[in-house]
Design a protein around this ligand. Structure first.
Ligand SMILES: *[C@@H]1O[C@H](CO)[C@@H](O)[C@H](O)[C@H]1NC(C)=O
Ligand SMILES: *[C@@H]1O[C@H](CO)[C@@H](O)[C@H](O)[C@H]1NC(C)=O
Length: 351
């Protein structure tokens, strides 16, 4: 039974410790491939894109998502894509109909599963080495990209807009907040113009969107980002966290759940500021140590679902499950899909 608002209030009044809702609203994985060729300096070699779609000569991302929703109960997928691909290398230009058409096949496949789908611009706050609003693309060029995407998907309610993957080494955080604000304003204006619904917008901080760094480094500046009506409805902070020794997500062994160093202090900060966050990249290798630490981290997020909206593992999609260290790609034998060891152990609805 779903508790109504009234019954929650009654419960809260009657009990010393009111029971929280069980578990985060969303969990799922990244479906990577349209971001292949993108590097941390914001270059994206568009010829290296490897679409996770059979129809485009790639792996069966559509089948993966269908399996994940049916058999693993996932309800969110993040779809990384390079900025250069969407505008065919013309900074500030219009979305390239051919390339957008290809990416849109993946978006449609995702929506077709009934899941929520995050559009993630995988550019590290940069275009070809230069930072948005700080020597690189202008805020107007960044906002133009998002205005066009919001126009295209205005009527699709189950889409979230992930403004930017992993900004890092951004010198001026207040200037970055202005760049983010430009995108938010452009999205809201486009939605209104197209009579669309207000989508969730994921707001990224500096430091590779580190969950640990967010409360002290980026959070204070990003609290100023608002909707045109000055509310923050639908503005969700975007954080990442890997559990390997240097938090880079490049080692197959895990050494931390980063609860005390990252997720607990961030939860306190979010409550204090009456805001929420989503963890859109997390995970580890298919190893015993990661099965422990990643499962522990997920359990913590589930217990703090008032401030954590969900988690999205890295990664399924076009990676090779035989060779990729952090593979969450399911494998198919006959008609049966099998999940990676980590997904099998940790990615499930909270009990
Ligand atoms: C939002 O806040 C700004 C600055 O405080 C103010 O100038 C503006 O009128 C407000 N807008 C709305 C719609 O309330
Ligand atoms: C994550 O946890 C490990 C072990 O507790 C700690 O050494 C590391 O500094 C933490 N990382 C961050 C970014 O908080």
């Amino acid at each position: 039974m779903k508790a109504t608002v009234a019954s929650i209030v009654t419960l809260a009044a009657g009990l010393a410790t009111p029971k929280r809702a069980t578990g985060v609203q969303y969990f799922g994985v990244n479906i990577a491939g349209f971001d292949f060729g993108c590097a941390t300096d914001g270059t994206c070699v568009t010829t290296k894109v490897y679409p996770p779609l059979l129809a485009l000569g790639g792996p069966d991302g559509e089948g993966q998502m269908s399996h994940f929703t049916k058999d693993t109960s996932m309800n969110i997928f993040r779809l990384p894509v390079g900025w250069q691909f969407l505008v065919n290398n013309q900074l500030g230009g219009t979305l390239d109909s051919g390339n957008l058409g290809k990416f849109d096949q993946l978006v449609k496949a995702c929506l077709g599963t009934g899941a929520t789908c995050i559009i993630d611009i995988h550019n590290y706050a940069r275009w070809n080495g230069k930072i948005i609003g700080q020597g690189g693309p202008t805020n107007e060029e960044f906002a133009s990209l998002w205005s066009q995407l919001a126009t295209k998907y205005a009527s699709e309610e189950k889409i979230m807009f992930g403004l930017m993957n992993e900004p890092h080494d951004v010198p001026d955080i207040n200037a970055w907040a202005k760049s983010v604000q430009a995108a938010v304003t452009a999205i809201r204006e486009a939605e209104t113009k197209a009579s669309g619904s207000a989508h969730s917008i994921l707001i990224p901080g500096n430091d590779w969107t580190s969950a640990a760094a967010f409360p002290t480094k980026s959070g204070p500046a990003l609290l100023s980002v608002v909707n045109p009506d000055n509310t923050t409805t639908g503005l969700v902070f975007d954080v990442h966290k890997y559990s390997d020794t240097d938090n880079s997500g490049t080692h197959t062994d895990c050494t931390t759940d980063n609860i005390s160093s990252a997720f607990a202090p961030l939860a306190d900060w979010l409550r204090t500021n009456k805001r929420q966050a989503i963890n859109t990249e997390m995970g580890g290798g298919n190893t015993e140590s990661c099965q422990k630490y990643v499962c522990d981290q997920i359990a913590y997020l589930n217990k703090n679902a008032d401030v954590y909206v969900g988690y999205v593992g890295w990664s399924a999609g076009s990676f090779d499950p035989q060779t990729y260290e952090l593979s969450e790609v399911p494998t198919k034998t006959g008609d049966t899909w099998a999940d990676s060891a980590l997904v099998q152990a940790c990615f499930k609805k909270a009990a």
